[in-house]
Design a binder for this molecule. Structure first.
Ligand SMILES: [Zn+2]
Length: 320
């Protein structure tokens, strides 16, 4: 098994002591942003739970560990959408509920990992609720969510919650500099929500130059130069990612207005602060959040047009 990423270790140690004390809740919810490598933590956990020799880690050679190695442990169930991006159905959850009533095959614990938990549709979530209310002994449910506000509050409130927090920008950058044997600026981590694996992909796919180009174009546009149509077109190639980057730029510039300057700020934050007053930056970043939410919820919108509308608001007269 691969060694855990350094930022996963604190939570893993907490889980281990909870397992050792036999206090791990029957219903648990792990909340982790994408790009944090949470699957590695879940794998460590699953193997530890299924091991017959140790309570909080996998020995690697017992019958339980061998079955996990060959992905055929009858007491371990990974519940995920049948196709990526699709829902986890009520039938899948009913199947879990049935299995949870039976006794385990290897007389140890039964483990159900549901990932991503927000993929359960409403009837699936309701079907799970009853099982979570009266969990069978020797049964563990681990729900993994990458977007906790996509879950029914009734589900969330029945689970013990664990948050996998992102490391600081500087430590992500120094970890990446080691991995890639080259300097990585801290803002690369910052605009990727400090998620180390997303930042790694960002660097490897050479998206840094893409970001800097968009930043330069936005600065030009804020100086009443530049081409809004061209910028809107480029932003709409991958609208959610690109607009998120700009959201960091805008909020950094707002902090510069307050005299706050951090080493991980986006390179254009200072210039943007000189170009726009605080109020304009604030209203544009709020509008950007609303736009992002709109694009996330409704696919098939004309992103280019919506972005263009947002760009024009940079120069709108403020009405009083
Ligand atoms: Zn073992």
């Amino acid at each position: 098994m691969s060694e855990l990423y350094p930022w996963l270790k604190p939570l893993w140690r907490e889980w281990q002591s909870s397992l050792e004390a036999e206090r791990f809740a029957n219903a648990s919810l792990l909340i982790a942003e994408p790009g944090m490598g949470s699957e590695q933590l879940v794998e460590h956990f699953s193997r530890a739970v299924m091991c017959q020799n140790y309570p909080a880690e996998a020995c690697g050679f017992c019958h339980g560990c061998q079955l996990m190695n060959s992905a055929s442990h009858p007491d371990f169930h990974l519940v995920k959408p049948e196709k990526e991006g699709k829902a986890i159905t009520v039938d899948q959850i009913r199947q879990c509920n049935r299995l949870a009533q039976e006794s385990s095959q290897l007389s140890g614990l039964r483990l159900f990992v549901i990932e991503p938990a927000e993929a359960m549709n409403e009837s699936a979530a309701n079907a799970l609720l009853k099982t979570l209310e009266e969990p069978a002994a020797n049964c563990l449910f681990l729900l993994v969510s990458h977007r906790a506000n996509g879950l029914l509050p009734t589900i969330t409130s029945r689970c013990q919650q664990w948050h996998l927090t992102a490391p600081e920008s500087e430590s992500v950058a120094s970890w990446l500099s080691e991995q890639l044997a080259g300097a990585v600026p801290a803002y690369a981590a910052h605009i990727n929500a400090n998620a180390p694996l997303s930042t790694l992909a960002f660097i490897e796919q050479d998206q840094m130059s893409g970001y800097l180009k968009l930043e330069a174009q936005l600065l030009e546009w804020c100086q009443q130069r530049g081409d809004a149509l061209k910028l809107a077109k480029e932003l709409s190639v991958e609208p959610i990612t690109h607009l998120q980057w700009l959201w960091y730029l805008l909020t950094d510039a707002q902090k510069v207005h307050y005299g706050i300057v951090m080493p991980f700020f986006t390179p254009g934050a200072q210039s943007l602060c000189h170009l726009l007053d605080y109020q304009r930056l604030y209203s544009q970043s709020q509008a950007l959040l609303a736009l992002l939410e709109q694009l996330r919820l409704h696919t098939g919108l004309n992103a280019e047009l919506l972005i263009l509308d947002w760009l024009f608001k940079f120069h709108e007269e403020t009405c009083s």
